[in-house]
Design a protein around this ligand. Sequence first.
Ligand code: FES
Length: 97
Amino acid sequence: MPKIKFMPSGIEVQARDGEALLDIALANDVSIQHACGGFCACTTCHCEILEGESNLLPPDEDELERLGVLDQRTPRSRLACQSKVKGDVTVRVVNPE
Ligand code: FES
């Protein structure tokens, strides 16, 4: 089972293969904004992948388009609602609630 560590809280949890970072966070009381409810429409679930980027499925066209309009985008940026895990990941939540 993938292990996911959320920063800055330091909360570390186990997840199922294919589960999205947003769903993992919400199921484990990790604070993260998600204004559109996880439909790739708002970018408030922006996160930075600190470790394990290759343990996420790659972004699809919709996610890349959303990331493209994000002011704070970095090369490690992903949208938590679209990022599905397949291994261990450490992630920084950019917009806690
Ligand atoms: S929750 Fe809106 S884009 Fe992820």
